[in-house]
Each structure stands twice: as structure tokens, then as C-alpha cells.
Write a protein that binds this ligand. Structure first.
Ligand SMILES: [Zn+2]
Length: 430
């Protein structure tokens, strides 16, 4: 079995709960003592750390949101002196200030441990050549993937993003066997490999893709282009970076590293926990972090959790694939629409390339949705009847999946922008 840390990964639920209870109490005491914004939050809720006896009381604590971090820009929520901080990352927001996060040497070591568990879970070993095509820089993807590769003892290539031609050359010349990047970049690299006709010259066998939501259909597309077994990895800089969870060989959900991160799902409207299996917002509490404590951080990502044991032997709770973010959710004519729903429809349709763009507008006070879809290379514009029937079929499928009508526009192959990092697929003109 592929375990990096079998003791933790297969620990019984009772033993894990005991470990979590002890760590939660310590984490709360640390946050309360050393981080002013947390002390203020708890005081205004009339609470102190002693009120929380264990994880069953977790829901009583106030939640933390991205704005709390922005309001304390840059270091206001750090709970250790700067001399103990060894790394800074930041995530760029589309508006306003960046969210700045810090790590102690201990935090970095835990990151390496979590990433090592993920890569091992996906089937990577010290024999592999790990090719990291996430961006290196303030974004946590590059260095997060990197520390995972090095921790398992694999030869790790800091390829970063961009210069696709050079990426392909490294695939063939350096013999990369494991690829880490965003799913949209994996798709782009896959297309480039097919186009260059070098599929039989590359040795990639495992893909670990994350940093944006993607569908099972997208997984199939990437696997067929790159010849990899594709795994989903999840993380965000506020919590740590990549490595918070990853899917195992069973690929029935992503195992959360629960000895470090407590996971809850809450109702987006009320903030109250929902029963396991019910979709809601994903909330994390970090119980071992030193530099930047994080108590009940609402990620705004939508998914479900499953606490039943997995056939892989792990007892760690599994999160379902992220189906969207409450931030990304579009409300069109009063209906909640996630771009991932449209992606599922499109990728299940022959003749359609896996590139699309949603354009939302308001005409005469009515919301409109246009879905720009790229045709596959083989589908030429002179086959007008075929394209016309394809458009009608997609419009029908979108209506039955989303519950609203949309105008589908077919565009020629290669016209929709390709992304090396996170894809931007929505243009909201309202
Ligand atoms: Zn499993």
C-alpha cells in the first residue's frame, strides 16, 4: 500500500479524535494568547479557550474569513515574532490587497510531510522525476509541489509555468514521470504533446493537479492526452498551500490530513454545520500551525465530506471534488450556476474541445448567458448542418442541467485563451 506515514494515515477514528482534541486545545490557547484578532473575536463572542473541550465544540467558535486576513495586512495575524518566520507567501486577490501568509521552520516541515503523503498516495516514489509546472513565486503551488518532490526523495524539476515548448523538451530529455500543475495547464500541455506528436517519447505516468476546480470529464481528457493517471490535490495558501488533501488510488474523494487540519461543512446561508454528505462550504481549522493560526476558516469552496473508511485503508475523512465556490457562483435569472456544471455538459459532448468561456450580461433587465465553445480541430465550418445540430444539442443539455437557457456560440479551434495558471472562464458584464 502507498502510505508515507502509515501510523497517521491508518490511525483509528478514536485515536485520531483524541489527537485532534489535544491539538485543538493547544492551537486555541496559542491563537488566543499570541494573535490579537482572534482574542478580540473570541472576547466579542463571550468565549475563552477553556470553553472548548474538544472537536465536538468546534462549531461554537467564530468563523474566520479572507477579509480578516486582509484587514490585518500584512502581518497582523502572525502569532510568532518575525525572527521565527522563515517563509512568506501571498495570494493575489482580484480586488484589494493581497493575503499574506507566513511559516515557521516547523510549519514548512509539516508542509513537506503533507505533500509527501499526497505524492505517495498518488503513486510517486523516490525513483520518480517530479516535474513541477506550477508557478514559482508568492503563489504556493510551485514551492509546495517542490517540497513534496524533495521530501519523498524524487529528483524534482522546478520547471515553473510558461514556455510550453521548453516544458515538452524537458519531458522528453529529462524523462519527467510525475507532473504537477493546474488541470487547465495540464490540458494545454496535453494538446501540445499531441500536436508535437511526441506522446510515445514521454514517460509521464502520474499527474497531480490542483489549485482550481475540475470535473471527472476533464480528468479523462487529461489522462488520454498525457498518458497519466491523474489525481486531484487540494490546498490554499491561508491553510498551508497544496497538500491539505489529495485523492488516493480509489479516487473516491480527497483524504484530508486531519491530524493537522480539522474539516467541517457548513450551510452557506446560516454558517451552521450540515450532516455529512450534504453539500456546503468547506471550513478548516489548523491545529498545528505556528506562524499563522487559522480557526474555522471559511474557504467558500463548495463540496461534501465522507467520514467512512476508504478501501485504500485510510481512515482520514474524504472531501468530494470541489464543485464550485460561493465566490464563483453566478446568479443568472435567480438561478445559482457554477461554471463546473457547464464544463460537465461540454466535456461530455463529441466535437467540442475542452475550452470554453461564459459571458454573462444584462439586456433589457434580463440576465443573458452566452457559452462560447471551441470546436475540435476536425470539425470544419463548412459542415454547417452538423455544427447547427451540435449547438442545439448543447443548448438542450445546458437547459436540463442548469435549469436556464443559454445561447451557445461555436468558435474555431484555438481561439479561446489558454492559461498556464488558474483559468479565467467567466466574463460577467453586468
Ligand atoms: Zn483512500
Amino acid at each position: 500500500m502507498n502510505y508515507w506515514n502509515p501510523e497517521i494515515e491508518t490511525m483509528s477514528r478514536d485515536a485520531l479524535t483524541e489527537l485532534q482534541n489535544g491539538r485543538l486545545k493547544k492551537a486555541l490557547a496559542h491563537a488566543y494568547k499570541n494573535c490579537k484578532p482572534y482574542r478580540a473575536k473570541m472576547e466579542s463572542a463571550g468565549m475563552e479557550p477553556g470553553d472548548i473541550k474538544g472537536i465536538d465544540d468546534l462549531w461554537k467558535l467564530p468563523m474566520t474569513v479572507k477579509n480578516d486576513l486582509r484587514d490585518s495586512y500584512p502581518y497582523g495575524m502572525f502569532a510568532v515574532p518575525m525572527k521565527d518566520v522563515v517563509r512568506i507567501h501571498a495570494s493575489s486577490g482580484t480586488t484589494g490587497k493581497q493575503t499574506v501568509v507566513g511559516y515557521t521552520a516547523g510549519d514548512i516541515a509539516i508542509w513537506g510531510e503533507c505533500m509527501a503523503r499526497c505524492l505517495t498516495m498518488a503513486g510517486a516514489t523516490s525513483e520518480d522525476i517530479v516535474h513541477v509546472s506550477y508557478g514559482y513565486g508568492l503563489f504556493t503551488g510551485g514551492l509546495g509541489g517542490h517540497i513534496g518532490g524533495e521530501t519523498i526523495g524524487a529528483a524534482t524539476i522546478p520547471a515553473s509555468t510558461g514556455n510550453t515548448k521548453r516544458q515538452l523538451q524537458m519531458f522528453t530529455d529529462f524523462g519527467s514521470t510525475v507532473l504537477l500543475c493546474t488541470p487547465s495547464y495540464a490540458m494545454h500541455l496535453g494538446d501540445a504533446v499531441m500536436e508535437a506528436g511526441i506522446r510515445d517519447q514521454i514517460k509521464l505516468r502520474v499527474g497531480v493537479f490542483g489549485a482550481e476546480p475540475w470535473t471527472e470529464e476533464m480528468r479523462d481528457e487529461i489522462e488520454s492526452r498525457l498518458g497519466v493517471r491523474a489525481h486531484d490535490i487540494y490546498g490554499l495558501s491561508e491553510v498551508m498551500g497544496p497538500g491539505v488533501s489529495c485523492d488516493c488510488g480509489e479516487r473516491k474523494g480527497l483524504h484530508v490530513m486531519e491530524d493537522h487540519f480539522l474539516v467541517e461543512i457548513v450551510d452557506p446561508a446560516t454558517g451552521k454545520p450540515v450532516p455529512d454528505g450534504t453539500p456546503g462550504e468547506l471550513v478548516f481549522t489548523c491545529v498545528t500551525k505556528e506562524a499563522l493560526p487559522l480557526i474555522r476558516y471559511n474557504t467558500r469552496d463548495i463540496c461534501t465530506i465522507d467520514r467512512s473508511p476508504c478501501a485504500c485503508g485510510r481512515n482520514l475523512t474524504r472531501m468530494g471534488k470541489i464543485t464550485g465556490r460561493t465566490d464563483d457562483m453566478l446568479i443568472i435569472r435567480g438561478v445559482n450556476v457554477f461554471p463546473s456544471q457547464v464544463e460537465s455538459v461540454l466535456l461530455g459532448t463529441a466535437g467540442v474541445a475542452p475550452y470554453y468561456r461564459l459571458v454573462v450580461d444584462r439586456v433589457n433587465n434580463l440576465d443573458t448567458l452566452e457559452i462560447q465553445v471551441e470546436m475540435t480541430e476536425g470539425l470544419f465550418s463548412d459542415e454547417e448542418r452538423r455544427i447547427e445540430s451540435l449547438v442545439r444539442r448543447i443548448e438542450k443539455d445546458v437547459l436540463s442541467t442548469l435549469g436556464i437557457s443559454a445561447k451557445v456560440t461555436m468558435v474555431s479551434h484555438g481561439t479561446i485563451e489558454r492559461f498556464e495558471g488558474k483559468a479565467k472562464r467567466v466574463l460577467d458584464k453586468r
